[in-house]
Ligand binder design. Structure first.
Ligand code: SAM
Length: 311
């Protein structure tokens, strides 16, 4: 897939910026939270900083980002985006831990970006195999960053280079990496649906359905229809889109929460839980002064393929 990145619009003058600037922004949010967040943290990722471009690290370390952001009005958008990123990651990894306790031992991250799970695999998950799916350039960039940070590729983590706009290739690509479609797996698909057309999202859900055994899980985030109910997008969403476009990663699409039930059911999944902005804020942000709101109309959805004999 042709991608126009920061390198292009910066005329190649800014070396080393991420192949996926929005993945970099998500890692930056986790790094910033680890470094400066109020305790208890919403989600602790002590390795995010190591994967962030050194130029961006300067933003985290002395909190220059916050000062510059206040001046440019960017700060509120960054904080709402950061809170959303942290809340969905926390929700996902809590559900993953619970699933792993039942014996599930395969974790697939669709659009893994700079997620550092490969090096953070928690105690008790020693048998978990990880499959990281993303565009080839993004995975290569991540591997180069990890090498530079002294983080060797773990034997239990396999990169699966794939353009998710061609979702039909997913089952084969995973199988070639050693994924066992006959055993339950946990799929996380965070911050990615916005890049794909609704049709590609539906095909991707169908593809996940074809390669998942009963007892599997899928967590994803989407917007609800209310986001588009007004003539204009709510300001925070419009700004997020503008920033993504500016950085060469337009977010044209996605599937709406209201459109999820049919493709999920067709793939054998039932929604177990769906949290909107108010529920996410109440669960993860209550009483905090560092993070106050998540992006409006965000929905984090946890779908489960019922185990055999289950409901
Ligand atoms: C906003 S980042 C989120 C990364 C990660 N899931 C997280 O939460 O930190 C979106 C990710 O989706 C990936 N992505 C976007 N379009 C894709 C496509 N067509 N195929 C594979 N990955 C894609 C990007 O490269 C990027 O890594």
């Amino acid at each position: 897939m042709a991608r126009r990145g920061m390198m292009d619009w910066a005329g190649g003058g800014l070396p080393g910026l991420a192949a996926s600037p929005m993945a970099e922004a998500a890692a930056l949010a986790r790094a910033d939270h680890h470094r400066h967040g109020e305790h208890p943290l919403v989600f602790d990722d002590p390795l995010a900083l190591a994967l962030v471009n050194p130029a961006y690290r300067l933003l985290v370390r002395p909190r220059l980002g916050a000062w510059a952001g206040r001046l440019t009005g960017f700060h509120r958008t960054f904080l709402a985006g950061a809170a959303s990123t942290l809340a969905r990651s926390r929700f996902t990894e809590d559900a993953l831990v619970a699933a792993a306790e039942t014996g599930l031992d395969q974790y697939v991250i669709l659009g893994a970006g700079l997620d550092s799970f490969a090096w953070r695999r928690p105690a008790g998950m020693e048998s978990l195999r990880l499959f990281e799916v993303d565009l080839p350039a993004v995975l290569a960039d991540k591997q180069a960053r990890a090498r530079r940070a002294g983080l060797p590729q773990p034997s239990y983590a396999d990169p699966v280079p794939l353009d998710l706009a061609t979702p039909d290739l997913l089952p084969t690509a995973l199988a070639q990496a050693g994924f066992d479609a006959d055993r339950p797996a946990f799929f996380a698909w965070l911050g990615v649906a916005y890049y794909l057309s609704p049709e590609a999202c539906c095909s991707l859900i169908a593809a996940v359905g074809r390669c998942t055994a009963p007892g599997s899980h899928l967590v994803l985030d989407v917007l609800d229809a209310g986001a588009f109910a007004q003539p204009r997008l709510p300001e925070l969403l419009a700004k997020t889109r503008r920033i993504a476009r500016l950085f060469g990663e337009p977010l044209p699409g996605g599937l709406l929460r209201e459109q999820l039930a049919a493709p999920l059911a067709g793939a054998g999944f039932a929604v177990a839980q769906s949290l909107g902005p108010g529920q996410l804020a109440a669960r993860y942000l209550a009483g905090r002064r560092d993070l106050c709101e998540v992006l409006p109309h965000l929905q984090v959805v946890h779908a489960v393929k019922p185990p055999i004999g289950g409901t």
